[in-house]
Design a protein around this ligand. Structure first.
Ligand code: CMP
Length: 140
């Protein structure tokens, strides 16, 4: 079993897509092992996206991710990282495959509705940033 972190970004909540995304998570046979609504602090967003801190879009990305609430979801499944990345589609919604969450709901590269971890190692790290061990419950 592998874990990945899903974040339903501010545009996903603002545009009322959270229920549909959670339904998709269930249909794709992920197990939801943790879930919470949160408003990221600037410090938390800067830390979470630290790998992008030299990129021109970093400041806008942090501003955006702190602009409204998000839903953090810890997911478990076989091949969770690659499967979730296939379900969400490419970073740029315009380039995402048909039927992916970003193609269906994404606005642009910044407002792209959902996050997914990029490796199993980062999946574990990202989940541990937002969830304590006690908050992760494996059974359905
Ligand atoms: P996410 O999967 O959350 O991880 C990094 C985020 O940076 C990515 O989704 C995008 O929202 C954002 N991002 C990546 N490239 C760009 C870009 N060129 N312009 C704006 N935002 C970007």
């Amino acid at each position: 079993m592998e874990r990945t972190l899903c974040i339903i970004k501010p545009d996903g909540l603002q545009n009322d897509h959270a229920g549909e995304i959670i339904n998709r998570i269930e249909r794709e046979d992920f197990r939801i092992i943790g879930m919470k609504k949160s408003r990221l602090s600037r410090h938390a967003a800067e830390h979470f996206y630290a790998v992008h801190k030299e990129r021109v879009f970093f400041n806008d990305l942090v501003n955006y991710m702190t602009s409204g609430p998000v839903i953090l979801i810890a997911l478990e499944r076989e091949n969770a990282v690659s499967h979730w990345r296939t379900v969400i589609g490419a970073t740029d919604p315009a380039e995402a495959d048909a039927g992916t969450i970003r193609k269906l709901h994404g606005v642009n590269k910044e407002k792209n509705t959902v996050h997914g971890s990029d490796s199993p190692e980062n999946g574990m790290i990202e989940i541990s940033v937002f969830f304590s061990e006690q908050e992760l419950i494996e059974q359905r």
